[in-house]
Design a protein around this ligand. Structure first.
Ligand SMILES: [Mg+2]
Length: 413
């Protein structure tokens, strides 16, 4: 079963996606997600110019060997562009292997450890009443766990909350609509005030718990914006509200920051969506400084290294909470779901739900019922790609926002 062709596919059905499609000499195709929000074409070039020529005539069954060949063989290791490209190859080869076996991928990974994967959605509002409406809307959609983000008094726009926020709640962060209308495309800029945020957030959780009671699992994302001592203070302040997790409290590069937060609070911690290697986690896992691994299959080199990372986390009793915003394509989402089903140390899966346009290009077979996601039993990962529809959505330059403090200093977004 040799690789006959590998195509790098770029489309923008609501937002940009990069997909690798590998076809074998016996006609089996596999898909892998290579989307890196705001830097999509760098990964497309990495694949098209440097990886695809190496894949032709390779044995499609040799997934581990191909992964090591691309990782070690490039000499330059890690980094989001490289690891997204390798992830696409790895995921596509797992899709092919599972199709060849006539099984859904989770069966090859050891079979189901649960009946479905608990998913959380994103509730948000410019103020508390609007947020409470958004939580109600998510409960009505069947969500059994909900992330809470809200506007901050005095700030015009806040991560996770759209300026035109309405009760629906999803698709607010990593917004595809943030496209410049100027001749030169640049990211929009937002203004941030951490002290105003720290003052406001406990009141928000007080209101949500008062309205919805103690049972509903609630999550919150700090989006890498706090210093360690600020995050420690927030974790302590939120303890009465029993969070499922506090995510991305401090900038992701600094593993030791989590040590300081951990010393001060029992609020569970999650981090890792901007990581791309197991080496980003060695301190965090070995010292049990976090409770959930937030990486994405798409940005961590694929199914192969993600399985190893989650098994490493399991040694320390740390669970999964894989990244699942809408800039992970349905292919990357489906790959995550197969891992969610198979690993013992599953925790929760982020699930924002893709736009209808996106799902016209990527035909999915996974389902969401009673708060749980289910990968289908379709052989492979269960996603197909419609070239004709994709061709109607050409690439459009788009960037994530940039954040500044009130005095103009660039801050983490
Ligand atoms: Mg996050």
């Amino acid at each position: 079963m040799k690789i006959r062709s590998a195509e790098t596919l770029v489309t923008s059905p609501g937002r940009n996606f990069v997909t690798l499609r590998i076809t074998t000499d016996d006609g089996i195709t596999g898909l892998g997600d290579a989307t890196l929000n705001g830097r999509e074409l760098a990964v497309a070039s990495y694949l098209r110019d440097h990886v695809v020529p190496l894949l032709i005539d390779r044995d499609a069954a040799r997934i581990e060997d191909t992964w090591q060949y691309l990782y070690r063989g490039a000499y330059w290791r890690r980094g989001p562009v490289t690891m997204a490209a390798i992830a696409a190859v790895d995921t596509a080869l797992w899709d092919i292997k599972a199709k060849a076996a006539g099984m859904p991928l989770y069966q090859l990974l050891g079979g189901a450890s649960r009946t479905g994967a608990l998913a959380y959605g994103h509730a948000s509002g410019r103020d508390v009443p609007e947020l409470l409406d958004s939580v109600r809307a998510h409960l009505a959609k069947g969500y059994r766990a909900i992330r809470i983000q809200t506007g901050i008094p005095g700030l015009d726009s806040v991560y996770g909350v759209a300026a035109s926020s309405a009760a629906g709640g999803e698709r607010y962060d990593y917004e595809p609509a943030r496209r410049s209308t100027t001749a030169v495309n640049r990211p929009v800029e937002e203004v941030w005030d951490t002290r105003a945020y720290l003052r406001h957030l406990p009141n928000v959780f007080e209101a949500v718990r008062a309205e919805f009671g103690p049972e509903l699992p609630l999550l919150h994302d700090g989006h890498h914006r706090m210093t360690p001592i600020q995050a420690a203070k927030l974790g302590k302040a939120l303890e009465p509200y029993d969070l499922f997790w506090l995510e991305d409290a401090t900038p992701g590069e600094d593993q030791a920051a989590l040590r300081l937060i951990r010393q001060h609070t029992t609020t569970p911690l999650a981090i890792g969506e901007v990581f791309n290697s197991v080496y980003d986690y060695t301190t965090l896992l070995g010292e049990r400084l976090i409770d959930y691994v937030r990486s994405a299959v798409t940005h961590t080199g694929g199914v192969t290294p993600m399985r190893k990372l989650l098994d490493f986390a399991a040694v320390y009793g740390i669970r999964s909470g894989l990244h699942g915003p809408t800039d992970i394509s349905p292919v990357g989402m489906a790959a995550a779901l197969h891992l969610d089903m198979a690993v013992h140390n599953f925790g929760i899966q982020e699930y924002m739900q893709h736009a209808a346009q996106t799902l016209e290009v990527f035909r999915t077979s996974y389902t969401f019922t009673d708060g749980l996601l289910h990968p289908s039993d379709t052989p492979g990962i269960g996603v197909t790609y419609d070239d004709d529809v994709a061709a109607t959505f050409p690439y459009e330059p788009a960037y994530l926002p940039v954040n500044r403090l009130k005095d103009g200093t660039v801050h983490d977004w």
